[in-house]
Design a binder for this molecule. Sequence first.
Ligand code: HEC
Ligand code: HEC
Length: 604
Amino acid sequence: MAQEKAEPAPKPESLRKRKVPEPSKLDDFIKDKEAAILLGKALFWDMQVGSDNVTSCATCHFHAGADNRAKNQVSPGLLIVDENGQATPDFTFQVRKPNGTLQKGDFPFHKLSNINDRNSTVISSVNDVASSQGVTLEKFIAMLLGGAQEQRSVVADPVFNVNGLNTRRVEPRNTPTVINAVFNLRNFWDGRAQDRFNGVNPFGRRDAGAKVWKADKPHDQKQVSIDLNNASLASQAVGPPLSDLEMSAAGRTFPDLGRKLLNRRPLALQRVHREDSVLGSRSLMPQPGISISTYAELIRTAFKPQWWQGSAQISGYSHMERNFSLYFGLAVQLYEATLVSDQTPFDDYAEGKKDALSAQQKRGLELFFGDAKCANCHGGAEFTKATVHHIEKERLEKMIMGDGGKAVYDNGFYNIGVRPTREDIGLGGTDPFGFPLSESKLARDFGDKVFKKVIGVDPNEKPKKNDRIAANGAFKTPTLRNIELTAPYFHNGGQRTLREVVDFYNRGGDFHDQNIADLDPDIERLGLSNEDKDALVAFMKSLTDERVRRRCAPFDHPELFIPNGHLGNENTVYNDGFGRARDALMLLPATGRNGATPLRNFLE
Ligand code: HEC
Ligand code: HEC
């Protein structure tokens, strides 16, 4: 990330000093913020959101904001494209088949005979991805009896099945943590969750047709466009509930989901700890649920009436059903905005407590901010530069590339040679409206006016028609806070330990030469000794917040039943009577504000 202009060198900063980003027009929507956070926490953990009444957001984000499951967690290579950018997915499983269990020996996914030499003999290399299982493939038919029943039909899944019985489908990219995600300017590995929220889907101003319904008086309902800044978590949150990989039968809409949930009791299937920091005073323990009879009631408390009071049905849906994506996005964002982990030894150190780090960790810190160049990309209190704080005003930047040429790139997003660029072009992709996800490419190919319209601000760089853009195979730099807890690593989940990650950087990446046209120039041999590597790993462990490890407030949570693959193994599963493999559910008991014993990390 060698910019043209020199920037001040990154230095240790405490996260306690960073303001949590928030939409400036929030008050136009929210009547009672506390109620909105409660609504967001309920929606995030509620199994009723999934078409199967099992899959919640938390199903893939329950462990330090990410996922530690190892069974039925492999995706085969769904995002591969050819040299013209056309999809050429690979449906063969290389590491483990559906319902197989990942083992330590499966990692790393690119095995070399000499870990310090990227040009040494490749022992094995796979395009599979270690990620998270969502739902089985189904088609949505109708919401019956005012939402009391969600009618679906099973669709035979040609990829995710064992002997023709559908297994839960697995995401094509590894699951990042939701903790501290509020600081990211855009979210998702490829940045497609826009910082501007349109109330309807992840695409912000890119979708000119996205509208919500407003009723200043009950009989006066009209469609309006909305545009909230600093709201990429709201944009993100309205993606998974309709995704037929993650949470939904294919074809379900947000008004359908509203119809299902509005008359239901929040968390009706899950028990809530009496000392839950948000929900505790309303716990119905030992019964499941909370003492708020319906989601509709909670929405009326949390949101201003013009967003729900319209009296007319439109195309068969009520005002509240129509606007369900608006409440879902904003409430989940407000809950996730409370998931800030700033109580770490590192933060103590950065605030002047010099003995908060061991001598080895201090050596690691020195390397991290110095010769190992980590902070060039993982800089700032957030341990990533892809944040509101760092790049809101400098979304585009120029750099000298690995091969010496100059390119414009989206600040915070880099190709570091984890996999060949064409296996997943990441930021190089296109949104459903034909605009490049890369803002640099957007500025170059569509010009200033379109950029302003689609992004909401003027471009801070004006790339010319034949300027080079670095976007293919680039991914959002992830935070390193709590990184000790969130293996496996990288967008493909291909590294199991932090030591493996440091070895990767030390040899200058795995696909250095193949990716050179897009590779960041800081990805080069580092010449670290064993002691240096251990010090870097030790330093990264100083970024763990014990409240996250022990699931204390604000990281405490309701009970959750989590699909951990299916009964049987990769050769044998059992029919649930509908053509699906029977689930193996594991119980995650509720915790209260004082937390509980730590969960095991991935494959530990
Ligand atoms: C089936 C597993 C699964 C479910 C269910 C799920 N997620 Fe995720 N989540 C993922 C994966 C995988 C990604 C990365 C996808 C990508 O970047 O393309 C992700 C990305 C995210 C991110 C972005 C973090 C970042 O740094 O970019 C947030 C925030 C998030 N999810 C929140 C949610 C919320 C809220 C819900 C429920 C509405 C949800 N997730 C449901 C697996 C899941
Ligand atoms: C050129 C920018 C850049 C530099 C320099 C850099 N990183 Fe990264 N880092 C990234 C990006 C981008 C990713 C995600 C890449 C991917 O998955 O394809 C990442 C991923 C990681 C991850 C995995 C995070 C996760 O949640 O999966 C760790 C750990 C990490 N980096 C540590 C380091 C350390 C330690 C150094 C210094 C030795 C370093 N990084 C240097 C940009 C960088």
